[in-house]
Design a protein around this ligand. Structure first.
Ligand code: FAD
Length: 417
């Protein structure tokens, strides 16, 4: 049975994450929303503090290595939890810790959370598949992930970036274009997906670690965005980009079955965390809206049915219940990951629900608060812009629904697309 009681051991973690959210994220929220593309230097201090806390055993999961838009909470910063088995005896482990920490941090500011140094989706891939030697070289570094291309977004199997082995030099030569790379400009490493042979489909897709300062990795531009402006989003051209063959993650063999599916499963673990990000932003919206409604004389009364209260109070209660459903789905999916239960269906359900609830709640809060909700004097309008990305990356709303339908109907991706 799923136990949804939040373990007491996570209380300090949640408190610390909340403190960071208040003192650093909220305090700098508007500043870096307005100063798009400037690096939030306040985060360097935070990264150092987090390293210290992580070394002392605190804040495991809440930021030290497991945040990023979908970094793999089950493995921690360098995959050590999975590798040394320390997680196995604990049924409320690092997935739950990551989720709870992320909810708090994103209550503060999701854009700043996404650009915390040494986080990132690339680290999840490294943690999941790197060998010991690669872990030593790449573990603990800030790694972004470059999958998306102009012609390959939701259908990541359609990527065109190629990797050719140069037998003489022992290097792979990468050529192609990558777009929308979160932290692509600020990270130290970029994990690039490329195909060894386009004719062999998904099985030939491999990931390669590219140092950010590799001369073959050319920054094309940084995106200007609707929201999460504190987080840099980079587009790259890979022009005869040479990496040592030891930088290929996983096996260089093209195995017809299993390889690509395995990579995709890694991402199932990260979806509850993206759900948690949306849940955090939505909670921020609800809390501020409740305060503004109270100032306007609207009290929410839980002792009476919503239909007997003002329209604003009734709408607020409906939003809260929707939020609760998203929250519980995310807890369930994280709990299942911690308990090594296949959670692909629940992870997609959590992300689909939270992505929708997040955007819906944020916009309705803007409406309920009227001109206050729409103006820059409040953060509500910013949260409404920020939250939308959580319904897009790591698989859009529509893709999550597709995955859910496949699972429920027992169809393969070829049968239902
Ligand atoms: C701010 C930001 C940061 C990002 N960060 C990263 C990153 O770090 N690394 C990375 O690799 N990518 C990143 N992405 C890319 C992101 O993952 C893609 O945008 C996303 O996967 C969707 O791909 P697309 O934009 O090409 O849209 P498309 O795949 O072209 O989809 C367009 C629309 O069609 C819908 N659609 C597509 N296929 C189907 C289908 N079969 N059935 C029904 N509807 C469908 C989609 O849901 C969407 O609404 C980022 C994107 C943004 C905006």
């Amino acid at each position: 049975m799923v136990n949804l009681e939040i373990p007491r051991k996570f209380k300090p973690l949640v408190d610390q994450a909340h403190m960071v959210a208040v003192e650093i994220f909220r305090a700098n929220s508007r500043k870096y929303d307005l100063a798009e593309h400037s690096y939030p230097k306040e985060l360097d201090m935070l990264a150092a503090a987090m390293d210290g806390i992580a070394e002392s055993g605190g804040l495991e999961g809440a930021g030290a290595g497991t945040v990023g838009h979908g970094s793999n909470g089950s493995n921690g910063a360098n995959g050590s939890a999975a590798r040394n088995g320390s997680d196995s005896a604990n049924r409320n482990g690092s997935n739950m810790a990551s989720l709870l920490g992320l909810i708090e941090l994103c209550w503060g500011d999701v854009g700043l959370m996404l650009t915390m140094p040494r986080q990132g989706l690339g680290q999840a891939a490294i943690a999941a598949v790197a060998n010991d030697e690669q872990l030593k070289r790449f573990g603990g570094k800030w790694a972004a992930m470059a999958i998306t291309e102009p012609e390959a977004g939701s259908d990541s199997a359609a990527i065109r970036t190629t990797a050719r082995l140069d037998e003489e030099t022992g290097e792979y030569v990468l050529n192609g274009e990558k777009i929308f790379v979160t932290s692509g400009d600020r990270a130290e490493l970029i994990v690039v997906w490329a195909t060894l042979d386009r004719d062999q489909g998904r099985a030939a897709i491999k990931s390669f670690v590219v140092e950010r300062d590799n001369p073959g990795l050319k920054l094309d531009r940084l995106e200007h965005k609707l929201g999460i402006r504190a987080s840099d989003t980079a587009n790259f051209v890979l022009d005869d980009c040479r990496v040592p063959k030891e930088n290929l993650l996983g096996s260089p063999e093209i195995a017809p079955k299993g390889g690509f599916a395995g990579v995709m499963q890694t991402f199932d673990n990260t979806r509850p965390l993206v759900a948690g990000m949306a849940i955090g932003v939505a909670r921020a919206c609800l809390e501020r809206t409740r305060e503004l409604l109270a100032e306007a004389g609207v009290e929410i009364d839980y002792a009476h049915p919503p239909h007997s209260q003002s329209a604003a109070a009734s709408e607020f209660i409906a939003m809260e219940s929707d939020w609760e459903a998203a929250y519980l789905l995310a807890l369930q999916a994280a709990w299942m990951a911690d308990n090594r239960k296949p959670n692909s269906l629940q992870a997609s359900m959590a992300k689909a629900k939270a992505g929708r609830v997040g955007t819906d709640v944020a916009l309705r809060c803007v409406s309920l608060c009227g001109s206050l909700g729409y103006g820059e004097g409040e953060l509500l309008e910013k949260w409404a812009r920020d939250v939308k990305i959580l319904d897009i990356f790591e698989g859009t709303q529509q893709i999550q629904l597709l995955i859910i339908a496949r699972q429920l109907l027992g169809k393969t991706s070829a049968e239902l697309r």
